[in-house]
Design a protein around this ligand. Structure first.
Ligand code: S3P
Length: 435
């Protein structure tokens, strides 16, 4: 696997693209499919390293996960009590979603487990899940709040009424998944609504759950029944093409069948406020989720103050938004986004370093950045092993005056296998090189 990319100023983006399946939904489909009674058939599964790691973990826990064809999984559910303890550690790879949601599931098992991850995941905060899980009666040890996590198992869990201190769908989901195993009612209230895939999917698997934006409540003692899951294309992967076509003059690109869950589409609102020309076509439902084709045409963008209430709905899209801001006229201000500092990298710092190396004026703040649009020049940048930083810098490079070399890009495979091929097909000048 090559580790660097060479990107050159690109030509207008044209044609139609379809990006891979949604990462959040793919993780959850494997988890609930494993815990269900009967078979679950997943179509559109993301063949990324993150989601494959989750599938492998469940195989270690005794679940059969077959892949009859690419992007398809057949999971033979073992029921809520049917997982078997693994002989070794369970490696979540780069995936915070995998580790945090698994912590919730494993807290309710009769056996103990150890969750590990790669260098990036090993630096990500886990106290946010340990604290509520311990309040439910779980016993979890960590390295001062960092992975590996040792989950004792064999503990009787009880439902809690939990008010999330940070807006996090992963923490909410960990608590709800532990709640499947808990005595009584588990209730989660959020300061700002986050993606509700766990709630929607629990309902689709037949678990009684009450939820609305900012609130979810369920009780233990029911069962999940295997079902069909049709995974829409990941808005977060579409985001790179939305920004690229918006900032490369002459572009007109259609991104097909994109998941449009309102808890994910904050970037669309932000880009439109900046002047982007994005039209939703053929809005429809796929597997219970709203999807649409997105037609993006180049448009001159201008800087904005990103509304703080949009932050949770576009939390994974800020690296791409920073690039849109660098290509816009005037100043863009991002606030209320301190969570970016604890993602696969410190995304405020890594984007600031990368864009600055390309001549962009960007000032970091504790919870965001101030970016002045202007000329982007060539140079060498590094993704710091963060998939979304690598792809965002590749977009910036399409607008650069000269060649850009982007280092440490192998982790793009965690969320977007085939990114380079797809990008090349619609007009990106981007190639792998041996690092
Ligand atoms: C995710 C939730 C978000 C997001 C991540 C996926 C999920 O994380 O950044 O990529 O699938 O629940 P937080 O819950 O930490 O905000």
């Amino acid at each position: 696997m090559s580790r660097d990319w060479i990107a050159r100023p690109g030509s207008p983006l044209q044609g139609r693209v379809r990006v891979p399946g949604d990462k959040s939904i793919s993780h959850r489909a494997v988890m609930l499919g494993a815990l269900a009674e009967g078979t679950t058939h997943v179509r559109g599964f993301l063949e990324g390293e993150d989601t494959r790691a989750t599938a492998k973990v469940f195989e270690q826990l005794g679940v059969s996960v077959e892949a009859p064809s690419e992007s398809e999984r057949v999971i033979r559910g073992v029921g809520l009590q049917g997982l078997r303890g693994a002989t070794g550690p369970l490696d979540c790879g780069n995936a915070g979603t995998g580790m945090r949601l698994l912590a919730g599931v494993l807290a309710g098992q009769a056996f103990g487990s150890t969750l590990t991850g790669d260098a990036s995941l090993s630096k990500r905060p886990m106290k946010r899940v340990i604290e509520p899980l311990e309040r439910m009666g779980a016993s979890v040890t960590s390295q001062e709040g960092l992975p590996p996590l040792h989950i004792a198992g064999g503990q009787a869990l009880r439902g809690i009424d939990y008010v999330l201190p940070v807006a996090s769908a992963q923490v909410k989901s960990a608590v709800l998944l532990a709640g499947l195993y808990a005595d009584g009612v588990t209730r989660v209230t959020e300061p700002h609504p986050t993606r509700d895939y766990t709630e929607r999917m629990l309902a689709a698997f037949g678990w009684p759950i009450e939820f609305r934006p900012g609130f979810a409540e369920l009780s233990g003692g029911h069962r999940l029944t295997g079902t069909e899951v049709d995974v829409p294309a990941d808005f977060s992967s579409a985001a790179f093409f939305l920004v690229a076509a918006s900032v490369i003059p002459g572009s007109e690109l259609c991104i097909e069948a994109v998941g449009m869950n309102p808890r994910r589409t904050g970037l669309l609102a932000a880009l439109r406020a900046m002047g982007a020309d994005i039209t939703e076509r053929a809005a429809r439902e796929q597997g219970g989720e709203p999807v649409a084709d997105l037609l993006v045409r180049y448009a001159p963008l201008h800087g904005i103050e990103v509304p703080v209430e949009l932050v949770p709905d576009m939390i994974d899209e800020f690296p791409a938004l920073f690039v849109a801001a660098a290509c816009a006229s005037g100043r863009t201000v991002v606030r209320g986004a301190a969570e970016l500092r604890v993602k696969e990298s410190d995304r405020i710092a890594t984007m600031a370093t990368g864009l600055r190396a390309l001549g962009v004026s960007i000032e970091e703040t504790p919870d965001g950045a101030v970016i002045e649009g202007g000329v982007i020049r060539g140079g060498r940048v590094d993704s710091h092993g963060d998939h979304r930083i690598a792809m965002s810098l590749a977009i910036a490079a399409q607008r650069a005056s000269q060649e850009v070399r982007i280092g440490d890009v192998a982790n793009v495979a965690t969320s977007f296998p085939g990114f380079v091929g797809l990008a090349q097909r619609c007009g990106f000048a981007l190639d792998h090189v041996e690092g």
